[in-house]
Structures are given as C-alpha cells and as structure tokens.
Ligand binder design. Structure first.
Ligand code: UD1
Ligand code: MG
Length: 455
C-alpha cells in the first residue's frame, strides 16, 4: 500500500502570541513540525505534503533541509480545503494519511495501525474518549454503534455536546474516495469553513466502511495552541526521552530533571545526575558519568569519562578515561585525547590536548596544540589574542608549566621544558631546560611599615 502523508500546518497560532509561526516553536529543541515530518518518514511514504500558510516562507527556510512537498494555502478556509489543495499532488491509488504540524507526539505505530484500518477502501479515523471533550469535534454513531458523522463543538446541540468520544483529527482514507468527498464539501456551518470532518458523513452516506482506532497513549493526540500547552508537551516529551534512555541502560538520578534537546546516543552504563541538559547531537561512550547541572552540546565523549558538576561543554571531542570539571567550560573545536584532566574554573577553546595532560585549576587555554603528559599549573593563561588576531601556542610533550604563567602567542614550548612559576613567556622555550622570566626576589632588612600620623 502506497502512503501519501498530508501535514496541515497553515494555521496562524494566534494564541502563541509570537512573531514565530507556531509550528516552528520547539519541543525538545526541534521545531514542532519537524517532529511530525520525522514521524511521517518512519512510515516510508511516497510523499509528504506540508500545507503551509501564515509565515510560510520562514517555515520553509527553517525546514529547507527536509525533503517534503510544500503546498501553499493562501487563505485558511478550513481543514477540508487544506487537504484538498494537497490532493492535487497525490495519486488516486494511494492511501492518504492526514497529520497536524502542531500535534507532535503522535507515534508511528499508532499511525500504522490507522493506515492498516483504511485497507480495503475503508475510511479510518483516530478517536479518543475524553472526560473533558470541550473544543473537539464529537463522533456521531447510530443506534447500532456505526459511525455516521462528526459534529464540531460550535455546531453541536446540547445533547451532542454530552458525547465524550472525540475526533483527534487524524485520519486515513483511499485517495480517490477522499478526493471525491472533498469535492462535495460546503461551508454551511458556524465557522464558515470547509470541514475535513464532513467527509465522514459523506462516506457513511455512500455506505463506505468507517473504522476507528485509538492511540495507546493519551498524550499522542495533544496539540499545541498556547505556550502553556507547549510546556506540558515538553515535559511529556522529556519524560519519554528519559524512559527511552533508562530502557537502554542509563541510570538517571531524576527523570524529571533531564532535558534532551536534540539527538543523544549513549553507550552502556552511563549515569546522569540531576539537571543535565543535552543539546544538538551528543554521543556518549560506555560508563560516562555526568554530574549535576551540566550542559553538553554537539559533543562526542569517549568511554569512562567523568564530567563533574557544573560544566558547559560545546563542540568538543574527548577520548577515553578523561575527567572534566567541576566548573569547567570547554568551548568549540576542542579535542581532548585519553586520560586528560580539566579541573575547576578552566576554559579551553579551539585546542588539542594530547593524552594524559592535566590543566587542573583556573586556566585559559585557547588556540593551543598541547602534547601529552603536560602539567599546566594553576592560573596559567594563554594570551592568544593581540586585539586584532588570534595566534597559535604549541606546547610539546612532558612540559611542566609553573603556576601563574602567561604564554604570549604565537609561541612554542619544546618537549620536556620546565617553565618557572609566574613567568611571562614571549619567546620560544627550548626543550629540556628550565626557563623563567621573573624579577629577582629582594629583601630590605630593617624596613619599617609606615604608621599613621597623629593629627
Ligand atoms: C479540528 C477538527 C476537530 C478536531 C480537532 C482536533 C475540523 C473541522 N475539525 O478542529 O473535529 O476535534 O481538530 O484538534 O477539522 N489548518 C490548516 N488550514 C486551514 C485550517 C486549519 O492548515 O484552513 C490546520 C491548523 O493549522 C491546525 C489544524 O489544521 O493545525 C486543525 O485546525 P483547527 O482550526 O485547529 O481545527 P479545530 O477547530 O481545532
Ligand atoms: Mg485546533
């Protein structure tokens, strides 16, 4: 069975009170519409047709990387009109599946089930039974329980408003039939819109089989209309991410205090303490431990790495067995090899640090290539910027840098060199020698501190 997916995303989203089109607001760091497109892709459809309208150019720009067919709906004349516009791109033999750009948590398995029900020329509708059905279209069934139509909230009688079985909006139907029904819609209703939901009554009148299915999780049908609902869905989504990670063998101190905003891949036996935020594409090896309050973005971490509390790590690659933090900041384009130690209040930017080197306290290392087995003393600063340009610092293997050293780039330090504490290094440091720049220490015997004069 060939599937054509139509995603409705033309609505304005007025209640978001935002300059950003609603479907571009993010859930777990990914635009709402992108979640729906990704779910649609899992069904391996023939085509994905996205009906866009308000702020449309921005939507297309942000999601330019998605290979979908964009269908412009200039004026929002209703859900039926929106689907009809997309139908011009759909072949008669396909099964059409209608999704919504602002209902992001629908599962592919639920949709496959719905499509399955639309086999043999049936119309399949996803419904749910709600305690508070207000606002939704209500499912109308005859005395034998057969579905005969949907009535919208605004058009419903008092008795119909009592019905708790609601229309989620998701449906699947054979394209040829759907096209025929959509052609018969009118807008004689409270909203003066062409309702997609009216196809149910048309199908019933033709005695076409109408099937219903329900989602296994109630959150799957939740839509985003305002920022409060967005925050509710964010938590649902994050809880779901946490459960997925725990199923894959991650220990999470508190699943309510973890945020994954992007793609997180994990090895075995990783452990996350509270308030960890992963952003973008993050890959963790085996036995990675992340302490509380860390932000890790677009980073790849090796095996047996320990990240202590309060670190911010961005665009970085680490080898195995390293320890970072607490309170470390690793900035973009940094590569840490195996068994590197980065301690508290250390900032590293655009640098390569080879195996076993240690930068444990209060340092800035930027635009630096550092060899292996280097020990960087507390308070060491690489002066990489002359106010106009950035310069490279090259440090060999087994170098010992005394505390409070400034390395004024561009500068080279040879293998095995030792730099005395408090030095300002401006010229090449030869290998194997002690180099220091330091004013000689003086003592003034008998010197007295001044005392306060009496007035
Ligand atoms: C719709 C259903 C209702 C269902 C509810 C579920 C209809 C007539 N009613 O009502 O039975 O219970 O969804 O949430 O379908 N859209 C367009 N172009 C348009 C109109 C809408 O793209 O011209 C998009 C909107 O952006 C939105 C979706 O379609 O994502 C649903 O439209 P909305 O106006 O919210 O329909 P509801 O009144 O909620
Ligand atoms: Mg709605």
């Amino acid at each position: 069975m060939n599937i054509s997916v139509v995603i409705l995303a033309a609505g304005q989203g007025t209640r978001m009170r935002s300059a950003l089109p609603k479907v571009l607001h993010k859930l777990g760091g990914i635009p709402l519409l992108q979640h729906v497109i990704r779910t649609a892709r899992q069904l391996d459809p023939d085509g994905i047709h996205v009906v866009y309208g308000h702020g449309g150019e921005q939507v297309r720009e942000v999601l330019a990387g998605e290979n979908v067919d964009w269908v412009l709906q200039d004026r929002q004349l209703g859900t039926g009109h929106a689907v009809e516009l997309a139908m011009s791109r759909v072949s008669d033999a396909d099964t059409v599946l209608v999704l919504y750009g602002d209902v992001p948590l629908i599962r592919a398995a639920t949709l496959s089930g719905l499509i399955e029900k639309a086999r043999h020329d049936a119309l399949a509708v996803l419904t749910a039974v709600l305690d508070e059905p207000h606002g939704y279209g209500r499912m109308l069934r005859d005395s034998s329980g057969k579905l005969v139509g949907i009535v919208e909230q605004k058009d419903a009688s008092a008795a119909q408003l009592e019905i708790r079985e609601i229309n989620t909006g998701f449906l699947a139907a054979p394209a040829a039939s759907l096209r025929r029904w959509l052609g018969q819609l009118d807008n004689n209703n409270a909203k003066r819109e062409y309702y997609l939901t009216d196809v149910i009554a048309l199908a019933a009148a033709e005695r076409v089989a109408i099937e219903t299915a329900s989602p296994p999780n109630s959150f799957e049908i939740l839509g985003v209309n305002d920022r409060e609902q967005l925050s509710v869905l964010e938590r649902v989504y994050q809880r779901d991410q946490a459960q997925r990670l725990m199923r894959n063998g991650v220990t999470i101190a508190d699943p309510e205090r973890l945020d994954v905003r992007g793609e997180l891949q994990v090895g075995s036996d990783c452990e996350f303490d509270v308030n960890v935020v992963f952003e973008g594409e993050v890959r963790l090896g085996d036995r990675v431990r992340v302490g509380p309050n860390c932000v890790i973005r677009n980073t790849s971490i090796g095996d047996d790495v320990e990240i202590l509390a309060n670190c911010v790590i961005e665009d970085c690659i680490t080898g195995n067995g390293s320890r970072i933090g607490p309170f470390a900041r690793i900035r973009p384009e940094t590569e840490l090899a195996d068994r590197v130690r980065i301690g508290n209040f250390v900032e590293i930017k655009k640098s390569r640090i080879a195996a076993g080197s240690k930068i444990n306290h209060l340092s800035y290392i930027g635009d630096t290539h550092m060899g292996s087995g280097v020990n960087v003393g507390a308070g060491t600063i690489v002066c990489n910027y002359d106010g106009a340009n950035k310069h490279l610092t090259e440090i060999g293997n087994d170098v010992f840098i005394g505390s409070d050293t400034q390395l004024v780039a561009p500068v080279k330090v040879g293998d095995g060199a030792t730099i005395g504490a408090g030095s300002t290094i401006t010229r090449e440091v030869p290998p194997g020698e002690l180099t220091l720049s330091r004013a000689p220490q003086q003592t003034r015997p008998g010197w007295k501190r001044p005392v306060k004069r009496n007035k």
